[in-house]
Write a protein of this length. Structure first.
Length: 109
């Protein structure tokens, strides 16, 4: 009986806590060698999850020295990138395979 009571209290608390600390999801799409949206506004001081969807027929490389991230995404596929928590500010990123044309920014507010 004590075990049942422990599970009935602890298990819901565990799931409630795990949802509360889960990173918020943001979608960044790469199409025609352009990021969409061009700038992504996120809350400062929170860990977030970016789902990068590459809709082009060629691979891309999400890169940011500001964020200390580098991730290759294959053609017509997607990857997950975790960032943060970030201080208030602007953080640039680009596609290293198309550096001249494919840039964007994350704005932490």
């Amino acid at each position: 009986m004590t075990r049942y009571l422990l599970y009935s209290v602890a298990l819901p608390a565990f799931f409630l806590f795990s949802v509360a600390v889960h990173a918020e999801d943001y979608v960044l799409t790469l199409r025609n060698n352009q990021f969409s949206p061009k700038s992504l506004t996120i809350p400062a001081n929170q860990k977030i999850k970016i789902i990068l969807k590459n809709q082009d027929a060629t691979p891309a490389e999400f890169e940011s020295s500001d964020l200390n991230r580098e991730k290759v995404v294959g053609a017509n596929s997607e990857v997950i990138i975790f960032i943060g928590p970030l201080d208030v500010g602007n953080y640039g990123y680009f596609d290293d395979f198309h550096r001249d044309t494919t840039t964007g920014a994350i704005i932490a507010k």
